[in-house]
Write a protein that binds this ligand. Structure first.
Ligand code: HEC
Length: 151
């Protein structure tokens, strides 16, 4: 009776699949009242943006002080005469966001054409700052420029 066997097998597979489906309720954790776990991850979501679009210029070799460097937390969290580069909890008060959304405040938009931050990346940067701008100290927080001109 191969046909019956197939139907039987299919119904077992179906019930396994529906069990598995019922267990997948990822929104359960996220909707806990009072849950404050950050949704943006520095290592996988913020570091790549800063590395690819900002650190090429914003390192101590290329842009001298008082220009900000994004090579480490220590170097990035500083106050410019114009305001804090990163003000945790306050994206609109952070120069890092202001120079992207209001390029007219500098002669050259940040970053200059060719390295533009797209809408998704901007949203990530804003949410990251809103959530407290977590940036580890030490090795995990270091961003090494891919290329530093020697002259
Ligand atoms: C091609 C080089 C280059 C890239 C790439 C670049 N910047 Fe800049 N940035 C500059 C220069 C040059 C200045 C100084 C401009 C001035 O002083 O008028 C500056 C200044 C700044 C400042 C200080 C503004 C102030 O006066 O408060 C911030 C913040 C900044 N950049 C953020 C960024 C961010 C964020 C990125 C990446 C998304 C980025 N920059 C990418 C060249 C760059």
């Amino acid at each position: 009776m191969p046909f019956i066997r197939i139907v039987f097998a299919a119904s077992i597979l179906g019930s396994i699949a529906s069990c598995a489906h019922k267990e997948q309720t990822p929104e359960d954790d996220a909707t806990q009242p009072g849950a404050v776990a950050p949704t943006v991850d520095f290592a996988t979501q913020i570091k790549p943006i800063l590395k690819e679009k900002c650190v090429t210029c914003h390192n101590r070799e290329v842009l001298k002080e008082p220009r900000p460097s994004f090579e480490s937390r220590h170097l990035a969290f500083r106050n410019m005469p114009s305001g804090p580069v990163i003000d945790p909890g306050n994206p609109t008060g952070s120069r890092l966001i202001q120079v992207i959304v209001s390029p007219e405040i500098l002669d050259d938009a940040m970053p200059p054409v060719g390295h533009r931050v797209d809408a998704k990346e901007l949203a990530l940067l804003k949410t990251w700052i809103t959530e407290g701008a977590e940036w580890p100290t030490g090795r995990a927080g270091r961003i090494v420029p891919d290329y530093i001109p020697t002259e």
